[in-house]
Design a protein around this ligand. Structure first.
Ligand code: SF4
Ligand code: FES
Length: 267
């Protein structure tokens, strides 16, 4: 745990915040409860600094995830006053004197501010988030070549840090826990758009199923919550258009078989 806290900004004063934190230890608690801490916050602190202060100075039993403190690792997502945010990216100066910190919505709580991500990881694996090439190249044949323009086609969707904010913001995830969800569908779209990939029809088994793109009602909350501007809502709508085209093409060219051979070989 990093105990080095940021230095104060000249001319701005420290504020004491009343921070209400969701607590739940499955080994000892019958049910969750809230615990309030008075935290003296420096003007340039983010919420994660205040949580680290609690851990370092007030209550060592508090459990939560974080790593990079720079909006890269995706592990510090929590609900702050009801909004899904990266706590290392949410400044105290933008918040009132009383705040409530809770684990991300739409996930089971493992302990305190830590959620159980297993269902998300299972959904992620199901869409085969890796390149599926039409033909494996040997090392002698060299790398798969891609132009800058081809990269630009999907680059936005590579920015995802798996922070899960979009799952907490999504009303469809809260209604149907089996919905593949925004980040998973955006990542599938990222590979489907990649000029080196031939796995779209294979991913379609999950992506174009009832629990895939068609479950999305295009509220757009996922894209608003996303701290990396991935725009998963756009990815899902683009995938709907592509899947609709595939559906009609299937009737026009019934002799075309799904490209599954390379996947079977890789499994
Ligand atoms: S799409 Fe955005 S909000 Fe969703 S997991 Fe990826 S980075 Fe986080
Ligand atoms: S600590 Fe890594 S994203 Fe916040």
């Amino acid at each position: 745990m990093n105990k080095t806290l940021p230095l104060p900004i000249a001319g701005q004063s420290r504020r004491t915040l009343e921070i209400e934190v969701f607590r739940y230890n499955p080994d000892s608690d019958q049910s969750p409860h809230y615990q309030t801490y008075e935290v003296p916050c420096e003007p340039d602190w983010v919420v994660l600094d205040a949580i680290n202060y609690i851990k370092d100075h007030l209550d060592r039993s508090l459990s939560y995830r974080w790593s990079c403190h720079m909006a890269v690792c995706g592990s510090c997502g929590m609900m702050v006053n009801g909004e899904a945010v990266l706590t290392c990216h949410a400044f105290i100066r933008d918040l009132p004197d009383q705040i409530r910190i809770e684990p991300l919505d739409n996930f089971p709580v493992a302990r305190d501010l830590i959620v159980d991500m297993d269902s998300f990881v299972e959904k992620l694996i199901a869409v085969k988030p890796y390149l599926i090439a039409a033909k494996e190249r040997s090392l002698d044949e060299g790398p798969y070549i891609q132009s800058p323009a081809e990269l630009q086609n999907f680059k936005q969707y590579t920015q995802c840090i798996n922070c899960l904010l979009c799952y907490s913001a999504c009303p469809q995830v809260s209604l149907n826990v089996d919905f593949a969800g925004p980040a998973v569908l955006a990542l599938a779209h990222r590979y489907n758009l990649d000029s080196r990939d031939m796995g779209r029809s294979v991913r379609a088994d999950v992506v174009a199923s009832n629990e895939g793109i068609w479950e999305c009602s295009f509220v757009g909350a996922c894209s608003e919550a996303c701290p990396k501007h991935v725009d998963p809502a756009a990815a899902i709508q683009q995938t709907k258009i592509a899947a609709t085209g595939d559906y009609f093409l299937h009737f026009l060219t019934p002799w075309k078989k799904k490209h599954k051979k390379s996947v079977e070989l890789s499994e």
